[in-house]
Design a protein. Structure first.
Length: 861
């Protein structure tokens, strides 16, 4: 029989053990080894059975054991010490407190958060990244307030049928059994947010709070009696439904999320955020709620938009068009033709998400496009992805070169304390004197090759044991009541070269590239001399049958009796599996279609544990591969078609494994240590760990995005939004009058017949400004390497100054009889080789973050 309702009865802990409640209630335990050890000590077996979940464990432990622990002075003392440590961690000044001009409060919105296996509110990389962002933000002391949704069934649980087809189940989570507490109003009743919907309906949500170290996470939940049945399911699953369901989730996340922050600020006295960061476009509606508030405070829509933009950061995460949310325009229109956002006209909303550029579709509302229009600060998630994004969205800034598109990049990172195996942490502590593996001196002789290789071997053994257990469980699920075959106990070899591959299964990640030549793969796997084994995992989106077919193909291949001990597919990839998988693999494989992997983070997590990467030069690997930390699979961008490309890249993959990787792995000294390989491990740990750490990433966000956004937000809000009003009026004027701007004539001089490096080029441009004045514009020489077809590369800009009649420059320009202004300046030739330049005019204001912001530019012809 199935239960129709579930809830969790918590153990009542005696006063003396109250520290356990506090420690279990703050997710810092998920990256704090000593706290995990404390819970494991309570009952090692139940700790395993709870999948390392302190709240779950406390729900299972017997009253007798609790009484025993309460009488154990040493245990009580340890628990109290850890509670003191947690309280100190939460309140002491950390890195952020030493930063100048950093914002006093930052909101971080994401549709998913992957923090711990015990809180399954994520589907893949985006969510894990968000979880890692919160953890590092906490470690660094950022005043971050995070907002998401609470999904009753999270994403889904994956099983594989005997014929290899993915099966999804949606076990219902009980929030009372999770490290969450409901946000209550001053009267003690659960606080609620409400959203007006079409046809006079209202969507209500309560707000769960989670503590992630010092970061507060608010999760909105619609499964409450105030909603009718259809609205209770708005937060049923992550990425579950289609159009309207998805839109409701995103309205709740963005608009409801800001309302939840307002409630929380009122109730807790915490400062309302100055900076709003939206992790991907899903939360983009948050900007509209803030605009609505500003309109209520007396601003016009355009003014409010400028104020919101100044303090908003938008991160785009995918160059795959299918990964971007687009809604039918009419659907968005219906939802905003209501009382949802007082003071905001539906046409203004629609304009923000319109794809009014070449190749755009006028019938859709694009969340990424709105995200970029609502944010003055935007970024991609690796250098290459920044470049790709500037190209992909360049239609929003017509007339500008791709390099001018105002989207920067911050390469993702991963939270080292979460993702580094405790065995490696212990080695660092014992031999290198620090538990922080990102600063440990991995090249030091203090840790011998033998030590390092031994720990790597233990991590591999741990993975093999876990994988066998998972294969056994899966087999039993598929064949209930039958005897488990012996081969499962012999699957995988704890000493063999182990390649890991796990990720979501969208087509571009090419799960089955390795199967391109099955015979070749078979030979590699079954080699007597240099055996190779592969451990593979990944979930396909439930609606993606193509992805499920890829899994089926792989599973079918792995059923072959010759193969099944060497290549295994582990069902239900999640954080718990991942934490053993990355440390246990020798080589982490990634073979996406370049450049569709925006960053990729699993390889980073593997590298933090000393695994070497084998990857297409995409995402993070494109910027960090150095020849010593792994191998690059050459991408065949120039191949005639997809099939040819797959063939070439698969061939390169087999070659690398056969001729480089396996020989190096099995090249051992007399003690059985692969000295050359260990050298690469040391190099990887020493050089990549600090770079790949989420601390590096979060610090970059603070420096490049949060601090500028915070400053812009405070400038624009000062004196009752004086600058916001000024900027909006000025933009209107500039947009209206821009058609009058023209470069009439450009002349240059000052160079010898054969110019040399160091010479100066004098440039003068006569510009018609129409109704605008010289202070409204920046007239610039853009110069660089001149290529074939007159295109410029590696461009630099130099601003020209307006001239007065006598030829000297002055702050205000002299307008000649025909109404034009002359601008002049000098370029020093710094580089030999071909040189080209042009002159352009762009709008100029101290409040702009980029000259491309208005999408207006006039170039000389
Ligand atoms: C890191 C991680 C991902 C994302 O990996 P990518 O390489 O970025 O695709 C997905 N799922 C889990 C469980 C992870 O730990």
């Amino acid at each position: 029989m199935k239960a129709i309702r579930r809830f969790t009865v918590r153990t009542v802990l005696p006063e003396g053990l109250s520290a356990l409640d506090e420690l279990a209630g703050n997710l810092r335990w998920s990256w704090h080894q000593p706290t995990q050890e404390l819970f494991a000590f309570i009952d090692p077996e139940l700790w395993g059975a709870s999948h390392h979940d302190p709240v779950g464990l406390l729900g299972m432990v017997s009253p007798e054991r609790v009484a025993e622990l309460a009488a154990d002075k040493q245990f009580v003392g340890r628990a109290n010490d850890l509670r003191t440590d947690l309280r100190t961690y939460i309140s002491e000044p950390r890195w952020y407190q030493g930063q100048k001009d950093a914002p006093a409060s930052i909101a971080y919105f994401s549709p998913e958060f992957g923090i711990a296996a015990a809180l399954p509110q994520y589907s893949g990389g985006l969510g894990i990244l968000a979880g890692d962002h919160l953890k590092s933000a906490s470690d660094l002391g950022l005043p971050l307030l995070a907002v998401g949704l609470f999904y009753r069934s999270g994403y889904f649980k994956q099983a594989i049928s005997p014929d290899g087809w993915q099966q999804e189940t949606y076990p219902v989570l009980d929030p009372d059994g999770l490290p969450l507490s409901v946000l209550r109003g001053a009267d003690g009743a659960p606080a609620q947010v409400a959203l007006a919907l079409p046809a006079g309906r209202t969507l209500f949500a309560r707000v769960w709070q989670a503590d992630v170290g010092r970061v507060k996470l608010l999760l909105l939940d619609t499964d409450i009696p105030e909603n009718d049945e259809s609205l209770r399911t708005v937060t049923d699953r992550l990425y579950g439904g289609g159009g309207e369901h998805r839109l409701l989730q995103e309205l709740l996340l963005g608009i409801g999320g800001v309302r939840a922050i307002k409630l929380f600020s009122e109730l807790s006295g915490r400062e309302f955020p100055q900076v709003f960061h939206t992790n991907e476009g899903h939360a983009g509606f948050l900007g509209l709620e803030r605009i609505s508030d500003l309109v209520a405070a007396g601003l016009g829509f355009g003014e409010a938009l400028e104020v919101v933009r100044a303090g908003t950061v938008f991160t785009t995460h995918t160059p795959v068009p299918a990964g971007i949310d687009r809604f039918e325009r009419s659907l968005v229109e219906a939802y905003f033709s209501t009382d949802l956002l007082p003071g905001v006209a539906v046409q203004d909303v629609l304009a923000l998400g319109t794809e009014n550029y070449e190749g755009g579709n006028a019938g859709v509302f694009n969340m990424a496009v709105m995200g970029l229009r609502l944010a003055q600060h935007a970024n991609g998630v690796s250098k290459l992805h920044g470049e790709v994004s500037r190209g992909m969205f360049s239609g929003l800034w017509p007339g500008f070169d791709q390099a001018d598109v105002p989207i920067t990049s911050v390469t993702n990172g991963v939270h080292a304390p979460t993702w580094t195996d405790p065995m490696l942490l212990r080695l660092a502590e014992d031999k290198l004197g620090t538990i922080d593996t990102t600063v440990a001196d991995w090249r030091s002789k203090s840790v011998s090759d033998e030590d390092l290789w031994r720990v790597r071997g233990q991590m591999r053994e741990q993975l093999v044991a876990d994988a066998r257990e998972r294969i056994r469980d899966a087999w039993q699920q598929q064949n209930p009541g039958s005897v488990v075959p012996t081969w499962i106990g012999e699957a995988l070899d704890p000493a063999a070269l182990t390649i890991g591959f796990a990720r979501r299964v969208p087509t571009y990640k090419r799960l089955t590239l390795m199967l391109h030549d099955e015979n070749r793969l078979r030979a590699i796997l079954t080699s007597k001399k240099r055996p190779v084994q592969m451990i593979i995992a990944g979930k396909s989106h439930p609606a993606d049958d193509e992805g499920k077919r890829l899994i089926q193909r792989l599973v079918t291949f792995a059923q072959d009796p010759d193969i099944r001990k060497r290549l295994v597919f582990l069902p239900n990839y999640d954080i718990g599996m991942a934490q053993l998988l990355y440390p246990g693999t020798d080589v982490w494989l990634n073979n996406p279609l370049r450049p569709l992997e925006a960053c990729g983070t699993s390889g980073m997590k593997a590298a933090l544990n000393g695994a070497l990467n084998l990857s297409i030069l995409d995402g993070w690997w494109n910027e960090y591969y150095d020849g010593e930390n792994g191998w690059a699979i050459p991408s065949s961008d120039a191949a005639g078609d997809a099939a040819e490309r797959d063939a070439l890249e698969a061939g390169a993959l087999y070659d690398l494994i056969e001729h480089q990787i396996a020989p190096r792995f099995y090249d051992r000294n007399k003690d059985g240590v692969p000295v050359r390989w260990v050298k690469s491990i040391r190099h990887t740990l020493a050089t990549l760990s600090p770079e790949l750490s989420a601390d590096r990433m979060v610090k970059e966000y603070v420096g490049k995005l949060y601090t500028p956004a915070g400053k812009a937000a405070s400038v624009i809000a000062a004196d009752d939004y004086a600058a916001g009003r000024e900027l909006a009026a000025w933009k209107d004027e500039v947009r209206r009058d821009w058609s009058g701007v023209q470069v009439l004539h450009v002349e240059s001089g000052g160079l010898a017949a054969i110019p040399r490096v160091g010479d100066e080029l004098h440039v003068r441009a006569r510009v018609q400004l129409g109704a605008l004045s010289p202070e409204d514009v920046s007239v610039e020489v853009v110069y660089g390497k001149s290529l074939e077809g007159d295109s410029l590369e590696d461009m630099t800009t130099v601003q020209l100054a307006p001239l007065v009649e006598d030829g000297s420059s002055a702050a205000t320009g002299a307008v000649t009889l025909d109404g034009s202004t002359t601008f002049a300046g000098t370029v020093t030739l710094k580089r030999p080789g071909s040189f080209g330049y042009n002159v352009r005019v762009v709008p100029k204001s101290q409040y702009l973050a980029s000259p491309a912001e208005l999408g207006l530019v006039t170039v000389a012809h």
